[in-house]
Ligand binder design. Sequence first.
Ligand code: GLC
Length: 501
Amino acid sequence: MAVKKSTETKVKSTKSKVSVEITPKKSILFVASEANPFAGTGGLADVIGSLPKALVKNGEFDVRVAIPLYASVDYAWRERFTFVGNFNVPLAWRNQYCGIFSYKYEGVTFYFIDNEYYFKRKALYGHGDDGERFAFFSKAVLEMMRHLDYYPDVMHSHDWQSALSIIYLKTLFANQYGYDRIRALFTIHNIEYQGKFGFDVLGDVFGLSDEVRSIVEYDGCINLMKGAIQVAEKFSTVSRTYATEIKDAFFAHGLQDIIAENEFKMTGILNGIDQDVYSASKDTKLFANYTATKPENKAICKAELQKMLNLPEREEVPVISIITRLVSQKGLDLIKAVFEDILSEDVQVVILGTGDSEYEDYFKFISSRYEAKCKTVIAYNKDLASKIYSGSDIFLMPSKHEPCGLSQMIACKYGTVPVVRATGGLADSIDAFNDEERKSGNGFKFYTYNAHEMLYVLKDAIFTFGDKKQWIKLIKSAMKTDFSWKRSALEYEKLYNDILM
Ligand code: GLC
């Protein structure tokens, strides 16, 4: 099952003869638990679905991705996959089947790790044996390299689910042929989820000996994120501001000391989005398409959205949207604290998301009380999300912490002006109109995690919406903001090159 190294051909011309020099491209393997368009639950899937593609376009690296073959990967995709081979993966006392499928999509080779016992389940996460499932996945990715005779130059692993791939690489596989020269980069997309387990699984499930216990040990338990940060050559997170914030206990969920100790090898790189996918002019799910230079059709999207949700069809009332996982990190407590104040304005509010019952129940309850002003849809629904992004005027995202956040960028691309709290990637991606002498900017910002500060700035946005000339300028500048991967992909390339030096 040998897999060819992708190569770059350089033709050297001399006076009398032409010699061809083949330089193999350096190879990057992304290891992650989700990737669009195959399987995803959030921002991680967006990043793994779009950054590799952007890197391939730049042409410097050969880029591949490994993800689990979940039951939810559509049959229409599976039909196109090639079966590459199978082998068994030792995991502590277990010996588990692993099949490998591959598929080249938009220039990126995807490897799908197949084991129905672990991955043929309804949900991607939330199972009692998630630790074992992702330990298997991580180990399988490393075993795959031997079977394919493909050893990447950099293994770029993401979040706790893939942290063990780095921990295994630097322990069990440390001095083995092929593995000994692989460098590891670990990216934190959200420090809240660290992969914490009791010590009973160290040997019995993860197959790690007591000698390496100190690598994964933290605060009385196993912490996989901590282990990966410690042994990776470098680690990164998804915005510059978040990279600074996670040195602080308020943001770090207990890992602040580890971050501070390893700061010398940390980078913050802001995510981009796939602007071909999130595009008001191309998105076929919209009621009508429009552009930054001709945004008039956004009014059709708004009217149709109001009709669909049974809200009064009024162009002059601002529609405020909230599209998010309904969890505390997203700042929903601020919204709860002043929601009736917001609803006392002449506004309409649309909420889309799933999450904790505390928030689901609250928003459903409020919507039933303010039927003509507020609609809540409890769902993860991309089609509806596009319709809401395009049909609303203001996008509210008051996160308590936000490593990067993609929704504020998506909202901009649909001409929906974000009101955000200046934290993490929200701070780095939104230029505040309300700060910049009201002349430029692509959104509104507030700073303190305080409900009334949020309300004050939201009211400013509502007031500014009433000034049609000013608002159109804001819509245009939001839509024109460059959130492509171009710049960030170059930063990753630099990081890979630094690691390989
Ligand atoms: C996580 C973070 C989010 C980030 C995404 C992709 O979901 O919470 O802020 O945008 O990962 O990096």
